[in-house]
Design a binder for this molecule. Structure first.
Ligand SMILES: [Zn+2]
Length: 287
């Protein structure tokens, strides 16, 4: 699949105007080397009359093109899904359910549901990766009083944030996760789930960080000085995440915060691949 993302939305709609066009494309994305039975691995199969279903020649297991994808059993045409994925992929500021419902002509509830599923796929995709090398780590607070607040008691929802850096000190990969509290066991969980052992982890001098980072990581800490270069990228990224959430979604309730943070991370982690992001997102939702 070549990069095709300079397509405008009207050209995109034309290209994917039929269920057949979307089916063919999804088939390529899901089975790039041809059909494989998910049960026994056999490659030979019969297509079944019903739209998009296939039966394995050896074990007779049936599967559909949309099985295990965000599009499964949604009773929505693939065309609408494709258009929604395109719009999510192309608008780097994100798209609201209201805007999406107008553009692809579905009701608000359907647009909301589609976005939730697409964001879920983004989150799952990013869960496969670990941060490694040099990693900046801190907690932040998101909520009603987002603006300018950086202190540990301000705002209302605690979030762990970690960003890895390359040799030149530029950020490479980002993770953000809401947390009930910022005590040691929570710190430990976040770190072991997201950062590879052996990484250098840079933090401020907050006490809860010391013990969870003592064993499997190289911990570098300094007391926080707002003018220092310490955690520079991390604080910039947090500022951008708050602007993204406030700008596109006009703030959000704590209930949906993780979903938006995951979307922000997904976009951040692919910011240099803008050309091919539709294909990437389609792969994320299709597999
Ligand atoms: Zn089979």
């Amino acid at each position: 699949m070549a990069k095709k993302n300079s397509l405008s939305f009207s050209k995109f709609i034309k290209r994917f105007s039929t269920e057949q066009a979307c089916t063919d494309y999804l088939y390529q994305v899901k089975w790039p080397e041809g059909y494989v039975c998910p049960k026994c691995g056999c490659r030979e199969h019969y297509p079944i009359r019903h739209h998009g279903r296939y039966q394995c020649k050896s074990c007779r297991h049936q599967t559909s093109l949309t099985a295990n994808t965000v599009m499964h059993r949604t009773h929505l045409p693939l065309t609408k899904w494709f258009w929604a994925i395109y719009l999510v992929a192309c608008d780097k500021r994100g798209i609201s359910a209201l805007a999406l419902s107008g553009k692809i002509e579905v009701c608000y509830e359907t647009a909301w549901y589609m976005l939730r599923r697409i964001r879920g796929a983004m989150e799952m995709r990013d869960q496969q990766y670990y941060l490694e090398g040099i990693v900046e780590f801190d907690d932040s607070y998101f909520g009603a009083k987002i603006k300018g607040n950086r202190g540990r008691k301000a705002g209302n929802q605690a979030v762990f944030v970690a960003v890895s850096k390359d040799e030149t000190g530029h950020p490479t990969y980002l993770k953000m996760k809401i947390t009930e509290n910022i005590q040691r066991p929570s710190v430990r969980n976040f770190i072991t789930e997201n950062v590879k052992p052996g990484a250098i982890v840079q933090t401020d001098g907050f006490r809860s960080y010391r013990q969870p980072l003592a064993k499997d990581y190289i911990h570098e800490s300094q007391n926080f000085d707002p003018d220092a270069e310490l955690l520079k990228w991390l604080h910039m990224v947090i500022g951008n995440a708050k602007a993204f959430i406030n700008g596109t979604y006009h703030g959000t309730s704590t209930k949906h915060l993780q979903m938006y943070l995951s979307e922000f991370c997904y976009r951040f982690n692919r910011r240099s691949f803008r050309g091919g992001i539709f294909d990437r997102l389609l792969i994320a939702v299709a597999r």
